[in-house]
Design a protein around this ligand. Structure first.
Ligand SMILES: *[C@@H]1O[C@H](CO)[C@@H](O)[C@H](O)[C@H]1NC(C)=O
Ligand SMILES: *[C@@H]1O[C@H](CO)[C@@H](O)[C@H](O)[C@H]1NC(C)=O
Ligand SMILES: *[C@@H]1O[C@H](CO)[C@@H](O)[C@H](O)[C@H]1NC(C)=O
Ligand SMILES: CC(=O)N[C@H]1CO[C@H](CO)[C@@H](O)[C@@H]1O
Length: 323
């Protein structure tokens, strides 16, 4: 009888806890975004190449002459690359064949420094008074965000019918979220929001607000097996992931579409107890390198690549997505 009471008690506690957590995340689940999006492995891999380009030398990026990864998207024009304080680096450009404006921040070599620092930056995002994001991500983003925003505006004026892709690997994936907020503020729809091995960007309030405000047409958070960065900064420091996780196995041969919403799926990345750095650097088994290695900068630099004199001619012709 005693045992029965204990069992009943445990049952009530766990039930109540579940109810509480469900309440907490109820709003998060009810976001307006497209829940019927279909994941394409090949599209994700092609977008991933854009994130690899972001770590090359900015001059190489602007000239779109970085070797293998640039060759995967050979039509790129109107590329501008920026580097600034906090080892920030990013580029923007337009791919007429794919009809995408592409916006990418790079990751950083000293990622562990950012990750070990769990300091929040409190920031009101729209009507979200309790939103907070990681201070280091914010600093790196804002070091060259004016340049990136200006470039986005310029590209949009030149190619009004283009789609917008915001993507990033690692730290670049976290910063992609901050970029997406500012692009939405400009009144520009973010069509594709793809991150790879991204850390948690901010608190649950930010994650909830983000997905209801930006409403990307397609958004995926790609993770690879035990990638250590995906588990940082820790949840017990109130950090929370953005949706929508796609979890690849170690051999990179299959993936799992994880549960919808802002609660981390305990059968995906979050199911693991051990973490791996090599899983962070082996997405899609792509190990190609840039022609010129990254050089650390701490003053703003600006590189301009080949300009297209076409005024949105392609955009009218090509509306289909790359596959
Ligand atoms: C914004 O971009 C345009 C076009 O590239 C450039 O002419 C202008 O100087 C830029 N403005 C700022 C403030 O960077
Ligand atoms: C800028 O970089 C140089 C060389 O790496 C370094 O000596 C200097 O302290 C840096 N300045 C700042 C403000 O980070
Ligand atoms: C970069 O940081 C240094 C040191 O904090 C500062 O003096 C400098 O003005 C910054 N440069 C830019 C372009 O913001
Ligand atoms: C088949 C294959 O190349 N697998 C790679 C997938 O990623 C791991 C790292 O987690 C690599 O070590 C493997 O070589």
């Amino acid at each position: 009888m005693k045992h029965l009471f204990v069992l009943l008690f445990l049952f009530c506690v766990s039930y109540a806890e579940k109810g509480f957590i469900e309440q907490l995340f109820e709003k998060a689940f009810k976001h307006k975004s497209n829940e019927n999006q279909i994941y394409s492995h090949s599209l994700a891999q092609q977008f991933f190449h854009y994130t690899k380009i972001a770590v090359c030398h900015p001059e190489e990026i602007a000239n779109w002459d970085c070797g293998y990864y640039c060759q995967q998207h050979p039509d790129m024009v109107d590329v501008q690359a920026f580097a600034g304080n906090y080892s920030s680096q990013a580029y923007c450009g337009y791919n007429p064949k794919e009809n995408y404006i592409v916006l990418v921040y790079r990751s950083t070599q000293d990622l562990t420094n950012w990750i070990n620092n769990v300091k929040f930056f409190k920031q009101e995002f729209g009507d979200c008074k309790d939103c907070a994001v990681h201070l280091g991500f914010w600093e790196t983003y804002t070091a060259i965000s004016n340049e990136m925003i200006n470039c986005t505006k310029t590209l949009r004026q030149k190619y009004p019918k283009s789609k917008v892709l915001i993507t990033g690997h690692s730290l670049g994936g976290a910063i992609a979220a901050l970029m997406a907020v500012d692009v939405t503020r400009l009144g520009i729809q973010v069509d594709n929001f793809f991150t790879y091995g991204a850390p948690r960007v901010g608190n649950i309030e930010f994650a909830t607000w983000f997905i209801n405000y930006v409403i990307p047409k397609e958004y995926w958070r790609v993770t690879h097996n035990a990638d250590t960065v995906v588990h940082t900064p820790p949840m017990n420091f109130y950090y929370s992931h953005l949706p929508q996780e796609v979890w690849y196995n170690e051999e990179n041969t299959s993936f799992k579409l994880c549960q919808q919403g802002l609660v981390e799926d305990d059968t995906c990345s979050n199911s693991l107890w051990w973490y791996s750095i090599s899983d962070h650097t082996s997405y899609f088994n792509e190990f190609q390198e840039c022609k010129t290695p990254f050089v650390h900068h701490n003053e703003t630099m600006h590189f301009i690549g080949r300009q297209s004199d076409q005024q949105n001619n392609y955009a009218n012709l090509i509306e289909q997505q790359i596959e």
